[in-house]
Design a protein around this ligand. Structure first.
Ligand SMILES: Nc1ncnc2c1ncn2[C@@H]1O[C@H](COP(=O)(O)OP(=O)(O)OP(=O)(O)O)[C@@H](O)[C@H]1O
Ligand SMILES: [Mg+2]
Length: 266
């Protein structure tokens, strides 16, 4: 029976902190004893490998276009079930995943995914076909926003498109780069208000991550924040988010048990 929770991490605007959040959430959950797979689904501008300071021996594109096995291109970050599925940057065929390639990917991915408690998909910003496809395949969607007005309008547009195209109405929001819980709540309330008014449903707030100068430092050192500065404010916030995500997973176990890992909400 499936117990794996697939999580698509999305944003309207670029550079809001998706990749760092995804990496550190997976790191935190692995530290709590869970098995995690981190898929770099930003096939235009992949950079999970850079953030981890690793040189993968293969990537998703090699597996999809070059005939290598997916299991062969998994890169172990930690021995006990923390793997990265790297992507290569600048492979135009996969920028907008065709339906054929998507089907091939799914067929080959699904058997691997049951080994993990969590499968995170770090997506590119915006609303490309690939982003939409992965967003719809995941069991849950995390939308990362910042308090900036442009981030709010772009994330609303993303949610609107996913709702119109796939009927998706469930979104968990993380407010990143917030200076306080109050600022985060106020940013979330604006997005929630727009969704409630125009789309007749409300996203939920998973939590916020504070603006933290340790984060760019960790990026420059090519280490996850949780390894570089585990006591920093943003690291503490991400640990709290990981705990909340685990409660979400536990509350969904019955539902997850009745479906494939990448079956979306249909
Ligand atoms: N909580 C934070 N505090 C301070 N700086 C942050 C925080 N989160 C992200 N940043 C900064 O934002 C930069 C971009 O982060 P990241 O690469 O994770 O964003 P992204 O949403 O994945 O970008 P893209 O849309 O290009 O994929 C980081 O390198 C870091 O400098
Ligand atoms: Mg990114």
């Amino acid at each position: 029976m499936n117990t794996t929770l697939s999580v698509a991490v999305l944003s309207g605007k670029g550079g809001v902190g998706k990749t760092n959040l995804t990496l550190n959430l997976a790191w935190a959950l692995h530290g709590q004893g869970f098995k995690a797979l981190l898929m770099d689904c930003d096939m235009g501008l992949a950079n999970l490998d850079v953030l981890l300071g690793i040189t993968p021996e293969g990537n998703l594109q090699d597996a999809l276009l070059g005939g290598r096995g997916l299991a062969e291109v998994l890169h172990p970050v930690a021995p006990a079930g923390f793997d990265v599925l790297p992507a290569a940057s600048g492979v135009p065929e996969l920028n907008d995943l065709s339906p054929d390639l998507r089907a091939a990917l799914l067929e080959r991915l699904e058997p691997l995914l049951g080994n993990y408690d969590y499968v995170f998909m770090d997506l590119g910003a915006g609303i490309s076909e690939t982003v939409q496809a992965f967003a719809a395949l995941a069991a849950v969607r995390v939308v990362v926003i910042t308090p900036e007005p442009t981030s709010l309008t772009d994330s609303y547009a993303l949610i609107k498109v996913l709702n119109a195209r796939f009927g998706l109405r469930d979104y968990m929001v993380v407010v990143n780069q917030a200076t306080s819980a109050r600022e985060a709540q106020s940013a979330f309330d604006k997005l929630k208000g727009a969704c409630a008014h125009f789309l007749q449903f409300e996203p939920v707030l998973l939590g916020h991550v504070r603006m933290d100068k340790k984060l760019p430092e960790a990026v420059c050192r090519q280490q996850p924040l949780l390894a570089y500065a585990p006591g920093s404010p943003a690291a503490q916030d991400i640990q709290a988010l990981a705990g909340r995500l685990q409660r979400v997973r536990l509350s969904m176990l019955d539902w997850l048990g009745k479906r494939g890992v990448l079956q979306g909400q249909e």
